[in-house]
Ligand binder design. Structure first.
Ligand code: AMP
Length: 120
């Protein structure tokens, strides 16, 4: 699995593209999705170069994994999503419909999100 450092999220991490930042620390950046699919649509990415979930979960250091999961928990809490519910999605590869080849988790909420996968 070869990481393409020209991807959009790598450019955001290098400061070449701007983002609407939600949270940042040494290991993680979270920002609002530029084409939101729900009232709350936040992307959480590790700062390390990982292509997708398989790559991250297998190869990231313990501290990177913990920082990533804790960032999700912090955002869920700060946006009041625990009360109303939310969805976490991470697309991988062609069948997963992944568009940006830098691992990311979508946090979606703010309305009833409907079925997990569309029927077509
Ligand atoms: P995925 O299909 O899981 O790879 O999701 C990629 C997501 O990145 C999509 O929801 C896009 O709307 C979002 N996206 C693409 N470019 C940007 C950008 N420059 N800033 C924020 N979100 C973006």
């Amino acid at each position: 699995m070869v990481y393409d450092s020209g991807n959009i999220f790598a450019k955001i991490l290098r400061g070449e593209l701007s983002s609407s930042k939600v949270l940042e620390n040494e290991y993680v950046l979270a920002f609002n999705d530029v084409f939101p699919k729900a009232p709350v649509h936040i992307l959480v990415i590790p700062k390390g170069a990982y292509v997708d979930g398989g790559d991250f979960f297998k190869s990231a250091t313990d501290i990177e994994v913990v920082a990533f999961t804790r960032a999700i928990a912090t955002i869920v809490e700060s946006h009041g999503l625990e009360k109303t519910g939310y969805r976490l999605i991470s697309n991988a590869g062609v069948n997963g419909g992944q568009e940006v080849p830098h691992f990311h988790m979508h946090i979606l909420g703010g309305k009833a999100l409907g079925p997990m996968v569309s029927a077509h």
